[in-house]
Design a protein around this ligand. Structure first.
Ligand SMILES: Nc1nc2c(ncn2[C@@H]2O[C@H](COP(=O)(O)OP(=O)(O)OP(=O)(O)O)[C@@H](O)[C@H]2O)c(=O)[nH]1
Ligand SMILES: [Mg+2]
Length: 361
């Protein structure tokens, strides 16, 4: 899954990026015109993988990963993202919008004051306007096509695009516009910005994170709620500074700061929830591995994420739930208790399924 960090210039995106990927990308001291993007990978911590590794002692252990792209908030004329930036945002499966809450006289704000509600609205309106441009062209094109002969696909698409147009014209987002899986598939081909799963990160000072009812925090949370967007507060600068420590030291610092769970872990959990992701697991002496997939994917498609040959030659999936593996003391115990199942192509894979694919090529 590819997640993009987007937001106004100097909102703290690269700070969040460094915190999440433990990287050391260049922060900014002034509003720049550079469109250079940073990419990195977040390893998804998974205690199930830790445990299975301790049992199998494999040569390799591979955790799930999230690919993170840090898209600079450069704007050509100080109003609006450049085409290139919009293109980079469009290419992501989901977005983390970074909105500034932290006060700091040394960090300039492109709108000259800190106002998370205004900034969030500016970002969402930009997405809406960019999509509206696409939708209007498409509606025009389809209505011409329909004059020359009404093909059922054009009618369906015209209907969907007209609904999108109406919602966007009313400044709405497109998260719920698709009425059925076919419309969902059709919509996906457009890569609309207003339809992407979004998490809003409020980039806060240490005090703001710790002060319930802080006015700036309240303003931010109300703005997110009004747009029905999931939000979280992260003291990104502090967390970035301690992300270069060892995991144990990092945990100790987080406790000392009264932060609790790291922003990185909270982002991962929220990303899985927003994108509706789960992980199935594979085990062996060679490799213990987590495979992130979208919830609702069947066994043969899941096989395809491992290898296209396994998808093509799929026979059956042998499945033991992780919980049963632990309760019965391992694979043999689970099998003896009759808890290993043979499932066919259409079986919907569940979170924590330990899967062995049987296939021939
Ligand atoms: N005080 C304070 N400063 C922060 C915080 N987060 C980021 N900054 C500062 O804000 C400035 C911009 O941060 P960046 O992370 O580079 O912002 P950006 O959104 O990546 O900026 P662009 O890439 O230009 O769009 C830097 O000087 C950071 O040190 C924070 O939580 N508190
Ligand atoms: Mg940056």
């Amino acid at each position: 899954m590819k997640i993009g960090l987007a937001g106004l210039p100097m909102s703290g995106k690269t700070t969040v990026f460094n915190m999440a990927t433990r990287a050391n990308a260049q922060l900014r001291d002034f509003i720049a015109q550079s469109e250079e993007i940073n990419t990195g990978v977040i390893k998804v911590p998974d205690p199930r993988i830790d445990y299975l590794t301790s049992i199998y002692k494999p040569r390799k252990t591979i955790y799930g990963t999230i690919e993170l792209t840090d898209i600079p908030g450069v704007s050509k004329d100080e109003t609006g993202f450049s085409r290139k930036t919009l293109g980079n945002i469009r290419a992501c499966d989901a977005l983390i919008l970074v909105v500034r809450l932290f006060p700091d006289a040394n960090v300039p704000h492109i709108r000259n004051s800190v106002d998370p509600a205004r900034d969030l609205e500016e970002l969402t309106l930009e997405f809406i306007l960019a999509d509206l441009e696409v939708v209007e062209k498409r509606v025009e094109r389809l209505s011409k096509e329909m004059k020359t002969g009404k093909k059922p696909e054009s009618i369906r698409e015209f209907d969907l695009m007209s609904r999108c147009k109406e919602i966007l014209e009313g400044n709405g987002m497109l998260a719920d516009v698709a009425k059925n899986p076919e419309e969902m598939l059709l919509l996906r081909t457009y890569r609309f910005l207003a339809q992407k799963p979004i998490i809003v990160v409020g980039s806060c000072s240490d005090d703001q994170v710790k002060t319930p009812g802080d006015p700036m925090v309240r303003k931010f949370q109300e703005a997110c709620a009004a747009r029905r967007l999931p939000e979280m507060l992260i003291s990104a600068k502090t967390e970035m500074e301690i992300s270069s420590l060892s995991p144990e030291e990092e945990t100790a610092f987080l406790t000392e700061f009264g932060i609790g769970e790291s922003g990185r872990n909270r982002l991962i959990t929220e990303a899985y929830r927003t994108l509706n992701y789960i992980s199935f697991l594979t085990v062996g002496e060679d490799e213990v591995r987590a495979w992130p997939i979208q919830r609702g994917i069947n066994a043969v498609k899941a096989a395809g994420t491992v290898h296209s040959d396994i998808e093509r030659g799929f026979i059956r999936a042998e499945i033991v739930a992780y919980k049963d593996f632990v309760e019965k003391g391992g694979m043999n115990g689970a099998k003896q208790a009759g808890l290993a199942r043979l499932e066919g192509k259409e079986y919907i894979v569940e979170d924590g399924d330990i899967v062995h694919f049987r296939f021939n090529v």
